[in-house]
Design a protein around this ligand. Structure first.
Ligand code: KIV
Ligand code: ZN
Length: 499
């Protein structure tokens, strides 16, 4: 104890990325990792290398791309996992293996069909084995939130003796009350011999909406590493969010806890992660939600105009939100679009900016106010311009009492192909017409349409999963025309396997 630096361990690329629909490719993961580095994150959990060749490769590439943060790789308490993680970390300037095992009776009995003594031995053996590869070994006691404190203390003491430099106490199921979780950490500090040799970490899930409160309780009782994700993404209801923890300790200086986070980069990083993961941020999300600094009632607006602090405890500038940010409309110029993109973490060359601006004007004709999500969609969209297959033309007829019919023209490597098909609705007709041109056995496995914000003039986002030759390919598009977005998302997926 006694330290006041709080280490920020970001697991957006591991716990966050394992959420269905949030998968990133290696290039995107490297982009996020660099943003996390520039944000000031101390440790980046880059993946679970044994879980897939893609995860392995991402850990390798992130290790090469990032300089300052420690790069961490997750494993089970299994020798081969640890060996593979060590291999993936070979280029890391500072590498950490994060190994562990379930310690609650639920995990011991039902997951492992084992007993406490055997699990304790496996925990120690995993740490000792990981120590052969790296000096920095973190141990996680999965479901520590529901683990008996006395047994947990024995496990923590044993793994620290075996060389663990960090011990992670996850509330895996998000079950704990803040007072229970705080007391658990306190109990460990009071009962574990040698606890000062390791950093104690919190890793809280948000199933009951208490992830951040539990993390703060853990830190107030001696934990000095907070495991977090951008926008709180993560399994089920998510993890503690980085932005909340950073701003809590920045706002409450009296707590004497400092982080290395450059909070002015928070908003930009949040938008980037939300865009890349296709995971909208809820409008009322603390710190980064669209409404986090919006004062709508007359009384609040009046109060803020007289003195910002009447209703605002955080200066929006502190999280990188430009108060004077210009509202984008059909009358906005290129410079305004460029400035907004810059705030959102996207820098475009002149030629790309010109194309984005053209698409922007077209969208602005159909939609009055262009928000940040729209802008990111536009950019994501025109960056697909080099795809082999493009939707060149689409016309659909549909309505009550009418058969839906779609005419489609595709541009495939600059050659044009046309087809016409009917379906049980306009989307089905368009997809069937595309299938007539691309003669492959493709099955649409998942199809999801989301409105980005609100209003009938909103942009619709379409996520699609297409199965082809036993593999699943994810496609995405956004458009104010949801039939066009569906066809484009289907083509986006096809482009991933037709070369
Ligand atoms: O929630 C959890 O317990 C985890 C561990 C793998 C650290 O994510
Ligand atoms: Zn977790």
């Amino acid at each position: 104890m006694g330290q006041d630096k709080l280490f920020i361990f970001d697991t957006t690329l591991r716990d966050g990325e394992q959420v269905p629909g949030c998968q990133l490719n290696t290039v995107e993961k490297v982009e996020v990792a660099k943003a996390l580095e520039s944000l000031g994150v101390d440790i980046i959990e880059a993946g679970f290398p044994v879980s897939s060749p893609g995860d392995f490769h991402s850990v390798v590439e992130i290790s090469k791309a990032v300089t300052w943060p420690t790069i961490c790789a997750l494993t089970r308490a299994v020798e081969n996992d640890i060996k593979v993680a060590a291999e993936a970390l070979q280029y890391a300037k500072r590498g950490r293996i994060h190994t562990g095992i379930g310690t609650s009776d639920y995990h011991i009995r039902y997951k492992f069909n084992s007993n406490r003594e055997e699990i304790l031995e496996r925990a120690v053996a995993a740490v000792a084995y990981a120590k052969k590869y790296v000096e920095d070994v973190q141990f996680y006691a999965e479901d520590a939130g529901r683990t008996d404190n006395e047994y947990l203390a024995r496990v923590v003491e044993a793994v620290i003796k075996a060389g663990a430099t960090v011990v992670n106490i996850p509330d895996t199921t998000g079950y704990c009350l803040p007072s229970d979780f705080g007391n658990k950490i306190k109990y460990l500090f009071e009962h574990v011999d040698g606890i000062e040799k390791a950093v104690i970490a919190t890793h809280c899930h948000n199933d009951l909406g208490m992830a951040t409160a539990n993390t703060v309780a853990g830190i107030m009782n001696g934990a000095r590493q907070a495991e977090v994700t951008i926008n709180g993404v993560g399994e089920r209801a998510g993890n503690t969010s980085l932005e909340e923890i950073a701003l809590i300790f920045k706002s409450h200086k009296e707590l004497g806890i400092n982080t290395n986070i450059n909070t002015t980069k928070i908003y930009k990083t949040s938008r980037m992660v939300s865009g890349l993961m296709n995971m909208p941020v809820q409008p009322n999300k603390a710190i980064v939600g669209r409404n986090a600094f919006a004062h709508s009632s007359g009384i609040h607006q009046d109060g803020v105009l007289k003195n910002r602090e009447s209703y605002e405890i955080i200066d929006p500038k502190d999280v990188g939100i430009d108060e004077n940010s210009i509202v984008l409309t059909a009358r906005s110029g290129r410079a305004a679009l460029k400035h907004r993109l810059h705030l959102l973490g996207v820098e475009l060359e002149k030629e790309d900016l010109d194309k984005a601006y053209e698409s922007f004007l077209k969208l602005a004709d159909r939609k009055k106010d262009i928000n940040d999500d729209d802008v990111l969609m536009l950019v994501g969209k025109h960056l697909n311009k080099d795809a082999r297959i493009k939707l060149d033309y689409l016309q659909v007829t549909s309505g009550i009492g009418l058969q839906s019919v779609a005419s489609v023209r595709l541009d495939i490597a600059s050659e044009k192909f046309e087809a016409c098909a009917s379906g049980n609705g306009p989307v089905d007709a368009a997809i069937t017409a595309i299938k007539q041109i691309i003669h492959r056995h493709m099955v649409v496995k998942e199809f999801l349409i989301q409105a980005i914000t609100k209003g009938s003039n909103d942009v619709g986002k379409v996520h699609i999963t297409v199965e082809y030759e036993g593999n699943s390919y994810y496609g995405f598009s956004a458009n104010t025309d949801i039939v066009a977005a569906s066809a484009e998302a289907f083509i986006n997926a096809i482009n991933k396997f037709v070369h």
